[in-house]
Design a protein around this ligand. Structure first.
Ligand code: ARG
Ligand code: ZN
Length: 854
């Protein structure tokens, strides 16, 4: 039994019941003030026929000062409790009625950044998942969908809400949203903002006014966000047949924001870090991420808003699907292979890690204490992998049919995963009973491979096994689409990519009529989110790195070669370093290969990845040894390539900056080469690259190369002089110093940066810049003695009373504790216990610490 199940506040999927009433229309009036904002709400309601019998009316509400309450015009004298307000059943008519409330709230003191809050003088909201209850009394659940009319009164010049603007005057504006929506999609913004405007005409001829709203001074950094939005709108029409459905679409950039962005209907609110970009201030990665997040939030208009989730257990219904859609979009805009390689790297680093530790949970969880703790890599990224597998299994045509049916059948509804799978069943005739296990069982399946060769017949035998996870000791076999290709020893492909469908615990597939024993390329394109355990020679991995026609698997061959080399070095195995180094050096010199691909292939597995792999094989990872081994490998490669690097760097340089995939790929490879060269030239090349940089990618690339070899003090100072006024850019300065510190310096570096009086730790981006970097510094965070653990716990406890959501999120740094030695485990346990013992600890952090320790 997990901690979640013991907490009296636990919510269970099995307890779902429709709400007692229906809300036909909501009229809201806001009189904004930093203290004492008045929110008047008129809820037009009637009993819900689906909830048979007479019911009390229970409204959610937290931290609201109730001023008046009226039912059909008559005052009611009822007192709210801590979590809401109950109107007894005998007071309620059995026909439509009007409930009116007026409450007061204080956005100025709302540091949790949930509900209505202030960020540098501007009012904004974040309601997903359960923030609307901090604004007014309301059935704050996604299956209650209503039409909203909003009036805002304020002296601020720009007043925005969902839907279309209907009227405005001196100090007020009104908005009407014709589409019924759940409260979590409500949004309001008021501030002194300027717009970067654009327009889009939908394919049926609706003309839409687009605007990106930012603070005065930031308007020259909005063009990329606008461009990305327009491309997203077009793509969704062309690929999914989905058109936009309002006259305006607004995006607002906010500096204080817990997450990336939010898809509020017609009024997306973004962390400013994911909107603002210019070549000088944003890296290629920033440009790519902005494009992806703008697309993600826009795509939610259909997958999330028009069709929403019945309850929060169904979160992956909108998030998994929308992540998959944004991945498809980015692949179409850039390179599919490169995008897939990057997405899988993130999946392994975050989701596999989560899936193997105490926080493992199914893509559709069955219970939670605090829903904000379930906006996880599992729900999002593994959720997207499930959609990808479905598409592989039913084919492109089947997928298109299923999606069309989904949109037509469920438009305007709050749906479930059962609805989603039924659509696929109905559209394609496929039985998805076994596939549904992917949604209900946590854990990453391990896939073992055995080969047999006889008389021209080649047989692959796969065995699958999913390790136990909290509350789920035994797992059933899953449907696994395994994309396979076969190569001849001369490098020719004898079997192009073919999808094998594995359904049993063990299953064989035979390929006949082959002239020679082939080399298999297994799990092409990463066709399923599994750990492939295949023992094979370094030669064969090097062969695939040189010859595989599937670019994903080509890169994967290099990665597995590096992993085996590092693990062998750490566990006293064979010395594979020369084999790896030579194979990589050949690849890097191959100018026919896309630079972006070469840059990715050059990346060594992260220290955390190596620790994960060691643990999986029954070894206890030693963070200091992993760090040293990885550095030694980098040094060896740098020496082997020393003569080539200066020419490569020169050849890849310059040209005017454009944030396209080709330019980004050249810069990525150039920066990778620069980092290698720094290992052998003492940083000379990186220093001149820093001095010459005219864009942020080159500037941070050169700075990182210097910090990585223990230099860069002068460059850090220059960077601060240049960018000190820009907090989002300075986050890079903070992160790099922690991320690239020597392991025994990382915690002290984070501590020093955080102690600076100018460090605004209440801002989530700042907090993450320093402490996210610390927890991402594997050898630094896990420094023997536990200084990293203590520092992080101190700061989580400091942040928790102000912003529990962000504190809880960063606590996942501790989730890998079971991998390590007894001394480290004890140190981490002591910190988790210290956190749990804190009086007044938030529900968010209590749930996380409790689950990790359980
Ligand atoms: N729906 C948003 C997105 O994925 C995420 C918002 C989550 N916010 C939260 N506080 N849990 O785009
Ligand atoms: Zn989303």
């Amino acid at each position: 039994m997990t901690e979640a199940a013991r907490d009296p506040r636990t919510v269970y999927l099995a307890d779902y019941r429709p709400w007692s009433h229906l809300v036909d229309r909501v009229e809201l009036c806001f009189r904004l003030a930093p203290k004492g904002t008045k929110v008047a709400a008129k809820l037009h309601m009637r009993p819900n026929p689906a909830a048979r019998g007479r019911h009390v009316l229970r409204l959610d509400g937290e931290g609201l000062r109730l001023i008046t309450l009226k039912l059909d015009g008559a005052l009611l004298d009822l007192t709210p409790d801590e979590t809401g307000l109950t109107v007894p059943a005998d007071l309620l008519p059995e026909c439509p009625f009007l409930l009116e409330t007026e409450v007061a709230i204080d956005p100025e003191t709302n540091t949790a950044l949930e509900g209505l809050y202030m960020s540098r003088g501007m009012y904004c909201t974040q309601c997903e998942a359960e923030g609307f209850r901090k604004i007014t009394f309301y059935p704050d659940r996604p299956d209650v969908m209503a039409r909203f009319h909003v009036r805002i009164e304020s002296d601020l010049p720009v007043l925005l809400s969902n839907g279309n603007p209907t009227a405005s005057g001196e100090g007020w504006a009104e908005w009407d949203d014709p589409w019924p929506k759940p409260a979590y999609l409500f949004a309001l913004v008021a501030g002194d903002l300027v717009a970067h405007r654009g327009g889009f005409t939908t394919r049926s001829g609706r003309s839409v006014d687009l605007a990106v709203w930012v603070r005065p001074g930031d308007e020259d950094r909005c063009a990329w966000a606008m461009d990305s939005l327009i491309r997203s709108m077009k793509w969704d029409e062309e690929v999914y047949g989905r058109e936009y459905d309002l006259d305006v679409f607004n995006i607002v950039a906010v500096d204080d924001f817990n997450m990336g962005a939010m898809e509020n209907k017609g009024l997306n609110i973004f962390n400013s870090k994911y909107v603002l970009a210019s070549p000088e201030s944003a890296t290629d990665d920033d440009f790519a991420r902005i494009e992806a997040i703008i697309a993600h939030e826009y795509f939610h208009n259909w997958t999330g808003n028009r069709i929403t989730c019945r309850d929060w257990f169904q979160l992956c219904l909108k998030e998994g699907l929308t992540v998959f859609r944004d991945q498809q979009f980015s692949g179409d805009m850039r390179s599919h292979a490169v995008k897939r390689i990057e997405d899988v790297a993130v999946l392994r680093a975050r989701q596999f890690r989560e899936d193997q530790g105490p926080l493992a949970h199914p893509v559709r969880p069955e219970s939670f204490v605090e829903i904000n703790n379930f906006y996880t890599a599992t729900v999002y990224e593994k959720g997207a992998e499930l959609i990808r597998m479905l598409k592989t299994l039913v084919g492109d045509e089947g997928y298109a049919k299923a999606l069309n049916l989904y949109f037509s059948r469920h438009d305007g509804e709050a749906a479930t995963i059962e609805d989603w799978l039924k659509v696929f069943g109905d559209a394609t005739g496929r039985d998805l009973t076994q596939f549904a296990l992917w949604y209900s069982e946590a854990g990453t399946p391990r896939l073992k491979v055995a080969e047999a060769w006889q008389d021209g017949s080649y047989t692959l035998t796969f065995t699958q096994e999913t390790p136990p996870s909290p509350g789920q000791p035994v797992k059933a076999p899953k449907v696994i689409p395994i994309a396979v290709g076969l190569l001849n020893p001369n490098g020719d492909e004898v079997l192009p990519t073919t999808v094998l469908e594995m359904t049993g615990a063990t299953q064989s597939f035979r390929f006949d009529g082959l002239a020679a024993r082939p080399v298999p390329s297994i799990l092409r394109g990463f066709s399923a989110p599994v750990v492939l355990e295949r023992e094979t020679s370094a030669d064969e991995r090097a062969f695939l790195l040189a010859h595989d026609t599937d670019l994903f698997n080509r890169c994967e061959a290099g990665r597995s070669l590096a992993r085996e080399m590092l693990i062998a070095g750490l566990t006293g195995g064979e010395d594979l370093l020369p084999a790896w180094r030579d194979a990589l050096a050949r690849l890097i010199r191959d100018d026919t290969l896309d630079p972006a691909f070469r840059a990715l292939a050059l990346r060594l597995p992260s220290e955390d990845d190596i620790a994960q792999a060691l643990h999986q094989r029954g070894h206890t990872p030693d963070p200091a040894a992993i760090h040293a081994a990885r550095r030694a490998a980098g040094d060896a490669l740098a020496q082997a390539l020393a003569a080539d690097l200066p020419g490569m760097i020169a050849g890849l340089g310059a040209g005017r900056f454009a944030p396209d995939a080709a330019g980004a790929g050249r810069r990525a490879l150039r920066n990778a080469a620069l980092a290698l060269l720094a290992r052998v030239d003492g940083g000379a090349a990186a220093q001149s690259a820093f001095a010459a940089a005219d864009n942020m990618t080159d500037q941070t690339g050169a700075l990182a190369a210097l910090l990585d070899i223990g230099q860069g003090a002068a460059e850090l100072a220059r960077f601060r002089d240049e960018w000190g006024h820009d907090a989002n850019v300075m986050d890079k300065w903070l992160s790099l110093q922690v991320a690239l510190a020597a392991p025994d310096r990382a915690a002290a570096q984070a501590e020093t940066l955080a102690a600076d009086p100018g460090f605004d730790w209440r801002n989530p981006n700042r907090f993450r810049a320093v402490f996210g970097a610390l927890s991402g510094h594997h050898a630094g965070f896990h420094q023997a003695g536990g200084a990293g653990y203590r520092l992080l716990a101190d700061w989580l406890l400091r942040l928790d009373p102000l912003n529990p959501q962000t504190a809880a999120r960063l606590s996942t740094a501790f989730e890998t504790w079971p991998r390590y030695d007894a001394a480290r485990r004890d140190l981490i346990r002591a910190e988790l216990e210290r956190i749990l013992g804190q009086p007044g600890l938030s529900r968010d952090l209590a749930e996380m610490a409790g689950r990790m320790i359980a």
